[in-house]
Design a protein around this ligand. Structure first.
Ligand SMILES: C[S@@+](CC[C@H](N)C(=O)[O-])C[C@H]1O[C@@H](n2cnc3c(N)ncnc32)[C@H](O)[C@@H]1O
Length: 252
């Protein structure tokens, strides 16, 4: 059954898990309409088009040519955070995923220019993380400023949802950490409720995630984790005087 908010499952023959349709060949996108369709395919390492990214499922150490803790950033935008975290944490292998072609190219250019060799950027959709990662394979997941979809009728489009937290539980190792920052308060404020309900106030089994810290205003009170790395949107919000909230959870 499709979970509320997750895009319609696209099972392949013999598969019952949802798959991102673009992983087949990304044929649907017209390169003439968006020049970044072609340039993202042609960029090469560290940019993986969807049709390449899923092939590394269970094989990320091979891509990075070493065993190291695997960290994921979802919705990297222009890649400031991915680059800066990769540089601050040479001990980790980082995979970033971003849906927009142009942003994957901008992000890949940043990684290349900085000489980062422990991060890659994949053009992929956040609803299909099982295509990319094995259960219990991630040590850290970051989501920074997910698209807010503030209108109530668009609420089903929000990433921060019960199905997404279920994905987080499945993919994190026990003891793994999920960190979320957002300038849209409901995204952070309803995480606690989603741990025990489906988002429409219907009770659901408790998810094995424990909140270890929360900040209602990172600029004022600090982040609920040490050494917060600023994101592009976080800096934009600071300029606008808009607060950014943060929450950290640990996989039990
Ligand atoms: C508001 S921007 C934040 C960018 C960056 N994380 C930051 O904090 O500066 C949200 C980003 O998520 C990306 N995004 C939205 N939906 C996505 C999805 N389903 N899968 C992957 N990325 C997505 C958008 O293209 C955009 O770059």
């Amino acid at each position: 059954m499709a979970l509320r908010g997750r895009p319609t499952p696209q099972p392949e023959h013999g598969e019952d898990r949802p798959r991102f349709k673009d992983r087949a060949a990304e044929e649907y996108a017209n390169p003439e309409a968006n020049p970044f369709v072609r340039s993202h395919r042609e960029f090469g390492h560290p940019l993986l088009p969807a049709s390449e990214a899923w092939k590394w499922h269970g094989r990320w150490p091979e891509l990075f040519e070493r065993e190291a803790p695997l960290w994921l950033e979802i919705g990297c935008g222009n890649g400031f955070f991915l680059r800066d975290v990769a540089m601050a944490h040479p001990e980790a292998n980082l995979v970033g995923i971003e849906i927009r072609y142009k942003r994957t190219v901008i992000c890949a250019k940043k990684l290349t220019k900085a000489g980062v060799n422990n991060a890659v950027i994949c053009r992929y959709h956040a609803a299909f993380l099982d295509d990319l990662f094995e259960e219990g394979s991630l040590e850290r997941i970051f989501v920074n400023h997910p698209d807010p979809w503030p209108k109530e009728r668009h609420e089903k489009n929000r990433l921060i949802s019960r199905w997404f937290l279920e994905d987080v539980v499945r993919l994190l190792k026990p003891g793994g950490v999920f960190q979320l920052k957002s300038d849209f308060p409901p995204n952070v404020e309803r995480v606690e409720a989603l741990l025990t309900s489906d988002g429409e106030d219907n009770p659901a089994p408790r998810l094995p995630l424990r909140i270890t810290g929360m900040s209602e205003d990172i600029a004022r009170d600090g982040a609920p984790w040490p050494d917060d790395v600023l994101t592009n949107y976080q800096q934009k919000m600071a300029v606008r005087g808009k607060r950014v909230l943060g929450i950290e959870l640990i996989r039990e």
